[in-house]
Design a protein around this ligand. Structure first.
Ligand code: NAP
Length: 446
């Protein structure tokens, strides 16, 4: 039986992890694949001291790998859009299967990549692109194939989850924890993609397409980061029985699909609320199976290699089969993929956490509740803090009345977001309210 030759492009964290795990578990991987395989060619601009490239040929030009006629499967582990897109397209054009861990590439260019792959009768596998070591792509594409998926919600960025966990456990503020996360290597020097939700949005649109059978639509995803979360919101959420998590949420409704990444209060009794540190988890609600939860490491050299190699094994098992025998890229045959209208965030319905800084005098609360009531919004829970509760939070003097401000914290019933934001504008216009009202969406995930 012909040995299947693997070419790896990029020998960074994940590239080295793949080489090491492939070497360590070579026998079991070949046995699971049912045929021999070997890493024969690695494209790397420099050597990586974390791995031994063994007998593989090493080229400084990554394109030498995709143009090597002996390579059957190209593993793209360089990241980013370019030259990764050119590299993957060239591999496909050369008739090679591709495995990638690149969520940005798949989320933004996946539709054209999959179309090109189908035309060439090759497969592009991307298990490692979402939630690192958790086999969530395979679960959605294959394990849940009987279900109509109603919604999914995931903690799919470990950096953001680490920051929120530290803020809660140690009462630290966002900026302070971010510096630590960078020192520990959890956050990039430029943390924008992680903390502003762009990385999570890349992963969410991939999950949503697999869940609902629609083409990838990155532009439809609403993103809001965690940099505005204050330590006091973490504390107040806890007092109300919630935890704040940076969630990616995809929900199918009669109107279309919601795709949104934002800080979210979730009841602390939910399992997913207890996913801490850099760990990831995805909760999927199928109509037949009910809620299912997938938990594990969302990053790291070997967890990510675990997913990359699972894709390689999958490819090996069907490499001689007709393309129709392989699982479709997005879990639905491409002719059956159907674009769904994207629901703007103003038209979603959720409950909301509001924190209002208001003058500590009689009648203020009733003005606020009146505005909410006039908008048809009921209050589910309310915390009115004493001026002495948190002196940092209340030390600013109310400019109009020269009074101390106190935080008024409440959770509304489920309401339309546009209605909520109109009511919030009314509250912010009150003389007795200072500054912007903090509002955070609340999901029961029940
Ligand atoms: P990394 O450590 O930065 O490694 C990237 C590698 O690609 C390096 O060897 C780099 O070479 C090489 N490279 C980058 N651009 C190149 C170019 N234009 N030409 C040639 N070589 C180039 O990144 P990583 O963490 O391994 O991530 C790789 C992919 O896996 C990314 O798509 C990432 O999103 C995904 N991923 C990573 C993790 C994780 O835990 N790290 C988890 C899930 C998914 P130089 O060293 O010379 O720059």
């Amino acid at each position: 039986m012909k040995t299947i030759n693997i070419g790896i492009c990029g020998l960074g964290t994940v590239g080295a992890g793949v080489v090491n795990v492939m070497q360590r578990n070579a026998e079991a991987i070949a046995a699971r694949s049912g045929r021999p395989l070997a890493i024969t060619h690695i494209g790397a601009r420099r050597d990586n001291p974390d791995c031994d490239t063994g007998l593989a040929k090493v080229s400084r030009d990554i394109f030498a790998v995709v143009n090597d006629p002996e390579v059957d499967i190209v593993v793209e582990l360089i990241g980013g859009y370019e030259p990764a897109l050119e590299l993957v397209m060239q591999a496909i054009n050369n008739g090679k299967h591709v495995v990638t861990a690149n969520k940005a590439l798949i989320a933004v260019h996946g539709n054209e990549i999959f179309a090109a792959a189908e035309a060439k009768a090759v497969s592009v596998c991307f298990e490692a692109a979402v939630a690192g070591g958790i086999p969530i792509i395979k679960s959605l594409r294959e394990g849940l194939a009987a279900n109509s998926v109603e919604w999914l919600a995931g903690i799919i960025n470990g950096t953001g989850n680490y920051i929120l966990t530290e803020m809660r456990d140690k009462g630290r503020d966002f900026a302070d924890v971010l510096v630590d996360a960078q020192a520990l290597g959890y956050a990039e020097a430029d943390p924008t993609f992680d903390v502003e939700g762009i990385d999570a949005a890349h992963k969410l649109v991939i999950l949503a397409s697999l869940a609902f059978g629609m083409p990838l639509n990155f532009d439809a995803c609403f993103t809001e980061g965690i940099s505005a979360i204050a330590p006091q919101d973490v504390v107040f959420a806890g007092e109300l029985g919630y935890r704040i998590k940076h969630l990616g949420i995809a929900r199918k409704t009669e109107q279309g699909v919601e795709l949104r990444v934002h800080p979210t209060l979730i009841p602390q009794r939910r399992l997913i609320a207890n996913v801490d540190g850099v760990m990831n988890a995805v909760l999927v609600k199928g109509d037949a199976v009910g809620p299912t939860l997938y938990y594990g490491p969302g990053a790291g050299a070997e967890p990510t290699a675990s997913s990359v190699i699972a894709d390689i094994v999958d490819l090996l098992r069907t490499i001689d089969a007709s393309p129709a025998a392989r699982a479709p890229h997005l879990g639905f045959a491409s002719d059956f993929l159907k674009a769904l209208p994207a629901i703007p965030v103003s038209e979603i319905s959720a409950a909301y956490y509001l924190r209002i800084s208001a003058a500590d005098k009689p009648g203020v609360l009733s003005h606020i509740t009146q505005i909410l009531s006039d908008s048809g919004i009921s209050i589910e829970a309310l915390l009115q803090k004493e001026a002495s509760h948190d002196i940092d939070a209340v030390k600013s003097a109310n400019s109009h009345a020269n009074l101390l401000n106190v935080p008024i914290v409440l959770i509304t019933d489920i309401t339309l977001e546009s209605r909520l934001t109109a009511a919030v504008s009314g509250i912010e216009a009150l003389d007795t309210v200072e500054g912007k009202v903090t509002f955070i969406r609340v999901e029961s995930l029940g």
